[in-house]
Design a protein around this ligand. Structure first.
Ligand SMILES: [Zn+2]
Length: 260
């Protein structure tokens, strides 16, 4: 059942990233000499605690809003999630700080395939992270990184840089999707994500800069938001404890998207 659990949660996160982009859409500014967007690129990031499904952060790229080119979605998301983890799992007296970073924040020991979505945290991002963020994710001991859309420019940086960082039992991969099928909004959402992946790929091949491809996917962003609104507990395919965790993730995403 773990594969379904992973795909269901990844689909919730994928819809959450697209819905958040719809709700907080930052239109491209066409005025000559102006920044491309008021806030930054339409790139969003979501961090989930794998152990209990809590959504620790949902943030966006803010490079222009903050006049700070470091404010990529992942950077903002990591720092917000870190603050929440410091509250949620404070370092106990007698635990060395290095051990705390490695075992109690974004990473937790274990290298079995299911450990990557049952322990530590997952950072979900709109695109495969850039070089700066790939290294940041190694530095901060993120257990799992899952992204909606490929980014060929930086695809290999994470694994290339891994050799400089010891003890990172982590994984980076495209987020998993559910099989197509009935009218379940999560299965429809998986289909929508597959179609949007094709569209983004096509737009990039036709010359649209990757970071602005979602500016041309307004209908798909709106559909994702509508599917997320429609998704209720009865649509979850998982059972028992896995269902409880994914329900917590669903509620967290909806709350942070202000849709309930
Ligand atoms: Zn980045």
């Amino acid at each position: 059942m773990s594969e379904v659990f992973r795909a269901e949660r990844d689909c919730l996160a994928g819809l959450g990233l697209l819905a958040s982009t719809h709700i907080r859409f930052d239109p491209e500014l066409k005025t000559r000499g102006a920044a491309s967007h008021a806030y930054g690129f339409n790139v969003h990031c979501l961090v989930v605690d794998n152990s209990d499904g809590e959504v620790l952060a949902l943030e966006r790229n803010r490079i222009h809003a903050d006049s700070n080119p470091l404010q990529h979605a992942e950077q903002v998301g990591i720092r917000a999630a870190m603050a929440r983890l410091h509250e949620k799992r404070p370092r106990e007296v007698g635990t060395p700080v290095e051990k705390y970073y490695k075992n109690s924040l974004f990473m937790s020991p274990g290298t079995a395939p299911e450990d990557f979505f049952n322990r530590g945290c997952t950072l979900y991002n709109t695109f495969d992270p850039c070089g700066m963020c790939a290294v940041t994710l190694l530095v901060c001991y993120m257990e799992r990184i899952a992204y909606l859309f490929d980014n060929a420019t930086f695809a290999t940086v994470y694994d290339d840089m891994r050799k400089y960082f010891r003890g990172r039992d982590s994984i980076k991969e495209p987020l998993a999707l559910l099989e197509d099928g009935d009218d379940n909004p999560l299965r429809k959402g998986s289909r929508l994500i597959r179609e949007t992946r094709e569209k983004v790929k096509h737009l990039e091949e036709s010359g649209t800069p990757l970071m602005t491809t979602l500016d041309r996917c307004r209908d798909e962003l709106q559909q994702a938001a509508l599917l997320l609104i429609e998704t209720e507990i009865d649509h979850l395919i998982t059972a028992g404890e896995e269902r409880e965790r994914n329900l917590r993730t669903l509620h967290g995403i909806k709350r942070l998207c202000n849709i309930n």
